[in-house]
Design a protein around this ligand. Sequence first.
Ligand code: PHE
Length: 348
Amino acid sequence: MKSKIEQLKKDALHLLEKVTDRDNLEVLKTELLGRKGKLNDLMKEMAGLADDERKVIGQVVNELKVSVENAFGEKERSMFHVEELNRAEKEWIDITAPGKFPASGHLHPVTEAIAEIQQTFEKIGFSASRIPEIDWDYYVFEALNMPGDHPARDDWETFFVDEAEGSKGKLVLTPHTSNSQVRIMELQKPPIRMVNINRTYRRQSDTTHVSMFHQFEGLVIDRDITIVQLKGVIDYFAKTYFGPTRQTRLRPHHFRFTEPSFEIDISCGVCNGDASVACRLCKAGWLELGGAGMVHPNVLKAGGLDPEEFSGFAFGWGVERVLMMREGMNIDDMRVLYKNDLRFVKQF
Ligand code: PHE
């Protein structure tokens, strides 16, 4: 019996040594140490031995059991160790490497500009209105002191809608956002502080014009509104949108719906308004921002307001234009904004 035990021990250790994976290890374990395993068979055989012999053999079997169990334990630990090493090798991560961010899109630069311009004016108490971008001739021209066939209308190369005239004239694709002036006066009483950003349409297409573009119209009407406030609002916008060092100036101009009227210029961000530098971007230190002026008495009247009591100012500038004028934009052709070329859009 003793030799049987010795043999079993040898076999067990030999088999154990050859095992290389966990599944086989488990099989071997049940074969040897399981309820119906070889060791238990030995135990059963012991029952037939004489008392004193059983004592001696019992001890040997016990030692065998302990040493086989230990050998298994050892094997399991070393397998676990090897597995962990392999896993560490495979699942190794460099925790100092910069993280990977999921690819995310962004809004079109014009959409972003619209949101930013709107917020800029909201901060100084303007409320955003959305006035129709297809509107009646009345709001687009007539109420703005431009009666039918007035030559000033030629400046707005307008698309008329081929539809029957209504009581307020023809339908037009708005060539400017100034239709919001009388419309808002019909909707609310002063004080009015409004910004209306919308699509506008003109028959034009070149490097600085597209036929569908956006304008933002500002309108302030209250008692005692003067050019001083107009200048203040324009300065605020120029410094907030373009940068704190930018300056503005008013140049006399003519619009039928404002009196006096101005072109607003902003100091050039490249040469800082230094006319002595031959700047590639501006004309003698200044860039043209757009039109503005004090609301014409006839326009106030059209909006149901008494020009003796109320006064106001308005301005209307192009969104694409101010976006292109922003420092570092380097867009030399406005049409690229609407070419749906992702290579362009992804730069922003
Ligand atoms: N509507 C004018 C344009 O499109 C701009 C403007 C708006 C001028 C408001 C004066 C007052 O050119």
